[in-house]
Design a binder for this molecule. Structure first.
Ligand code: ADP
Ligand code: MG
Length: 652
């Protein structure tokens, strides 16, 4: 059977994905890129250039380059006047009064532009899959009317693709998360809000999804769009603009210039977007602009390095030739807060349009939902932790591929989960794997476990989430890593880190870690079944049986060595404090035991398979018994010191 690919034909970017038994994945181009800019340049003699090249050369070839064609798909020429005004390309009346682009006097329809993008995606897919691709599922916004949907079909036909189905973008996003794929007996359906904040547009859709019959997975009525709202002029571009305006004002102040050229504004905006993206991962980011890139300033006396007032900016590393300002998350949040509030208003309206139905899940789509403030606001507005496990740029294409595989009947072998196929857990000190949820647990599942720190004054804990049946994390499949930061300084072993695993009805894993004393919290989300085939599950299961004995041994030795090292540390410290009050023979006896255990630990760490676990266990127990007297003496001494403290060291 020829494959059916899933295509997200986007306003700014397009992607192609495939779903096989390892689940859906985006097909990358020759340079390893997932996103293809939806930009086409029409050269003379009917040739075209598409994607990154067309985008990068757009400024040079404004008249022949077309971007954002999707905004005009299937729409009348007159009805598009307002959007056209913001664009660099000229519109003209095309066939049947529809909007078309004026390229050197010729009318190029939005379908023709889309066809070039689709042809390129098809080429990428064929290269990756080593086969001819003629069938596709293509996504469109939920609000697209019949004419717009038909135009999308026409575009596909122009490049020789048969559209097996047109799917709504929010529906695809839900499908990518496996929503709707449960056994009919399991649930009574779900209401899902899909919040899509991209570069230029915002869409909110409320979907009602009845669980599909596993035996008869035709999607027909399973996904219903209850309502959609949005704003076709609200997105990440506006955030860039706000940062750019701030930077422009700063530059004007510093250099006493009054205006910029168009090219300067573009340069400043690029720096602004760069800083915006960095702020999604860091508390602060720099807006940095090389002065010699600013045309306006080259002709301006103020740029003279000897007199440039920019030399006085924040860090000494600043040279006279660079504009550099730090932007904090808090500042950025203040800038975008009113815009995010507008998206939440639209959300409220969309819910009202859907008779204020209770929302069960929120799915985030679009590059701008990487902004932590956006996530937090959506979570606060809905009281639901939104789904973010999948890349927000890719989630629509992945869902289109899932739909494609259902249509081609290939989906039967997928891990459609009622139970957890592989145990889920975290790495512990020494590299052992602590399972929190064991395989074959029914979904949904929840488990918590307490962990502690290993070093004195450790202020962060790295949490490594994995899945598998083996005892050491290196033999398991890594899923995600995150850090719990900002712990107050405490001695080793005192912090109480509670790790919670929650696998919801769709198989999405939420891991959170809370340090009890300080209340510090961190969380991550993952889709553990992604990229996992049933053959792989079987192999991992088989391996765990083959290696059961040696695995158990390694796990036991690792844990013993970790605990013994902590004992050695504590006892060593107590000895250092109290040895004067102890009999020398006893001190010497303890010191010998410590040395012996330390060398046993060192051996266990370098060659766990050769280590004698029983001997280490015995030695540790013996040390525990023998150190009782030390602990008693140490406590008595501490009490005495507390009593004398106020008189010997009077406090102010
Ligand atoms: P569209 O649906 O409009 O084609 P996308 O979903 O591709 O748009 O989103 C593009 C937007 O996402 C751009 O404004 C881009 O700056 C923004 N974006 C991408 N990555 C990040 C990030 N890490 N942090 C903040 N914004 C981001
Ligand atoms: Mg989008």
């Amino acid at each position: 059977m020829p494959p059916i690919v899933g295509i997200d034909l986007g306003t700014t970017h397009s992607l192609v994905a495939i779903c096989d038994e390892a689940g859906p994945r985006v097909l990358l181009d020759e340079q390893g890129r997932a996103l293809l800019p939806s930009v086409v340049r029409f050269l003379k003699a009917g040739k075209t250039s598409v994607g990154w090249q067309a985008k990068n050369e757009a400024a040079q070839f404004v008249d022949s380059t077309i971007a954002s064609a999707k905004r005009f798909m299937g729409r009348g020429f007159t009805e598009c006047a307002d959007i056209a005004a913001q664009m660099s390309t000229q519109l003209m009346q095309g066939p049947r009064g529809l909007a078309a682009f004026n390229v050197r006097g010729a009318a190029i329809t939005p379908q023709q532009v889309a066809a070039v993008v689709l042809a390129e995606l098809r080429r990428i897919a064929e290269t990756r899959l080593h086969t001819t691709v003629t069938r596709a599922v293509i996504t469109v916004p939920a609000y697209f009317d019949d004419a717009q949907r038909q135009a999308t079909r026409d575009a596909a036909r122009l490049c020789g693709l048969t559209v097996e189905r047109i799917v709504n973008e929010p529906t695809a996003a839900a499908l990518a998360y496996g929503i709707g794929h449960k056994n009919k007996t399991k649930t009574n359906g779900e209401t899902v809000a899909v919040y899509d904040l991209g570069g230029g547009t915002f869409d909110i859709s409320i979907l009602r999804i009845e669980s599909m019959d596993a035996a008869n997975p035709t999607m027909g009525d399973a996904f219903q769009v209850l309502s959609t709202r949005g704003d076709t002029r609200l997105g990440g571009d506006d955030f860039d603009q706000l940062i750019a305006e701030w930077a422009q004002a700063e530059i004007k102040k510093e250099l006493k210039v009054d205006a910029f050229t168009a090219s300067d504004i573009a340069t400043i905006r690029m720096a602004a977007e760069h800083a915006k993206r960095a702020l999604s991962d860091h508390e602060e980011a720099a807006v940095e602009i090389q002065y010699d890139q600013l045309m306006k300033l080259q002709s301006c006396a103020v740029i003279d390095p000897r007199v440039s007032p920019v030399a006085s900016t924040q860090t000494p590393a600043n040279t006279n030739r660079v504009f550099r300002r730090t932007l904090t998350r808090a500042q950025f949040q203040n800038m975008i807060a009113p815009l995010i509030a507008r998206t939440l208003d639209a959300f409220t309206h969309a819910r009202a349009d859907a008779s204020n139905i209770t929302i069960d899940r929120v799915v985030l789509v679009g590059g701008s939902t990487r902004i932590p403030y956006v996530r937090a606001q959506v979570a606060a507005h809905t009281g639901i932790t939104p789904y973010t496990a999948l890349d927000p740029d890719q989630v629509v294409a992945l869902g289109a591929a899932v739909q494609a595989s259902i249509l081609s009947g290939a989906r039967t072998d997928l891990l459609l989960l009622d139970v957890i196929p592989l145990s889920l857990g975290i790495e512990t000190q020494g590299g052992a794997f602590a399972k929190l949820i064991v395989r074959n647990s029914a979904i949904p599942a929840r488990a918590t476990e307490m962990f502690t720190t290993f070093k004195d004054n450790q202020t962060g804990v790295l949490i490594h989430v994995a899945q598998g049946e083996r005892e050491m994390v290196d033999d398991c499949r890594s899923i995600a890593r995150f850090e719990l930061r900002g712990l107050p300084a405490m001695p080793a072993g005192i912090a109480q880190v509670e790790v919670e695993f929650l696998v919801d009805a769709n198989g999405v894993l939420n891991v959170s870690a809370v340090e009890r004393r300080s209340g510090m919290r961190a969380a991550i989300q993952a889709a553990p079944s992604y990229g996992l085939t049933s053959a792989e599950v079987e192999r991992m299961e088989r391996d765990s049986i083959t290696h059961a004995r040696s695995d158990m041994h390694r796990h036991r030795v690792t844990d013993l060595a970790v605990n013994a090292r902590l004992d050695v540390k504590w006892i060593g410290e107590a000895l250092a404090r109290t040895h004067a009050a102890l009999e020398p023979a006893y001190v010497q006896e303890l010191q010998e035991m410590l040395r012996k255990i330390e060398s046993m630990c060192a051996q266990a760490e370098t060659d766990p398979m050769a280590a004698d676990a029983d001997a280490l266990h015995k030695a540790k127990e013996q040390l525990d018994r023998q150190s009782v007297h030390l602990h008693e003496t140490s406590i008595a001494q501490s009490l005495r010191e507390m009593r004398v403290a106020p008189t010997s060291k009077p406090t102010a």
